[in-house]
Design a protein around this ligand. Structure first.
Ligand code: AMP
Length: 294
């Protein structure tokens, strides 16, 4: 672990120059895109990047184009100094922290959409969200020109969309995906967990428990996606104060519901606890020869 303060760049020309120098000295470039309010999930991505890349860039940018008009852009936490200290402790080389106007000048007008994969799950309840995500990530790739970039499986649809974007647009970046980091009680780490009241925080681990129930049901031989979906839904609906946004049981590549479960299946949920929207998922490898079948 290095304790030195990372270089902080706020403009595109500054970061281009710093990265070009690192590359000239023979270092590979690793990028971890974040919106800040760093937690254990982000730190796990940063540690992987530190292990694999010669020069580690963490971007901290609360991207307005991925928030809907009624969402939490204004109140999203921005503890920048704390984030810098965490990055310093993890040996990050450079933090890219641009202002909104640096990324989206007044005459900005270009957006990227991954049409099929953005249709369901979070894309259905957050119109325009993945257009904003794909656009900002492609911009970050073009600004930083990383060899490798790290993302979390917690945002499973985001990962699939970015993989597809990189493939479709021939972006020369290797996307690395890391498992979801959880709090000791199973709740997926998230910058939004800090919005929860004491009571909501107490109820929140039930989200992952519902997903684990789906895993167990599939392991026991259940192959009907609707049955698995209903189990998770019923489990979530039993939690007072929780409102289900969606429960999806889909193929992990196409993100579409299969007729019967096989291969790798993504069980993904989004819920509101009070006003806070939380997402979580599990990837289940479906055994092609279940011991019991339904
Ligand atoms: P965010 O700051 O929420 O945009 O997240 C930045 C990156 O961290 C994304 O690639 C997320 O998928 C990843 N991430 C967020 N939470 C977790 C988590 N609990 N475990 C692993 N990765 C995460």
């Amino acid at each position: 672990m290095s304790g030195s303060v990372p270089l902080i760049c706020t403009t595109i020309s500054q970061i281009r120059q710093a990265v070009a120098e690192a590359r000239k000295s023979g270092k590979s470039i690793g990028l971890v895109p974040t919106m800040g309010a760093l937690h254990a999930g982000h730190i796990s991505l940063i540690r992987q990047a530190r292990q694999r890349a010669g020069f580690v860039v963490v971007s901290i940018f609360v991207n307005p184009t991925q928030f809907g008009p009624t969402e939490d852009f204004a109140r999203y936490p921005r503890p920048f100094e704390q984030d810098v200290a965490l990055c310093a402790a993890e040996g990050v080389d450079l933090i890219f922290h641009p202002a909104v106007a640096e990324m989206y000048p007044e005459d900005y007008q270009t957006f990227v959409e991954v049409h099929e994969l953005q249709k369901g799950l979070c894309g259905a309840s957050r119109p325009g969200h993945f257009r904003g995500v794909a656009t900002v990530v492609l911009k970050l790739f073009n600004i930083v020109l990383p060899d490798l970039a790290w993302f979390g499986q917690k945002d499973a649809q985001q990962v699939r969309i970015l993989q597809q974007m990189v493939r479709d647009l021939n972006v020369p970046v290797e996307i690395r995906v890391e498992p979801t980091v959880r709090e000791p009680d199973g709740l997926a780490s998230s910058s939004r967990n800090q919005y929860l009241t004491g009571e909501e925080r107490h109820q929140a681990p039930a989200i992952y428990q519902a997903l684990q129930e789906a895993e167990q049901q599939i392991a026991a031989g259940e192959r009907d996606p609707d049955t698995v979906r209903r189990t998770v839904l019923e489990r979530l609906e039993a939690i007072p104060g929780l409102r289900v946004d969606y429960v999806a049981v889909v193929d992990h590549q196409s993100l579409r519901p299969p007729k019967r479960l096989s291969g790798r299946v993504l069980v993904a949920v989004a819920v509101f606890l009070g006003t806070t929207r939380l997402i979580d998922n599990v990837l289940v490898e479906v055994d092609s020869n279940p011991s019991s079948s339904s």
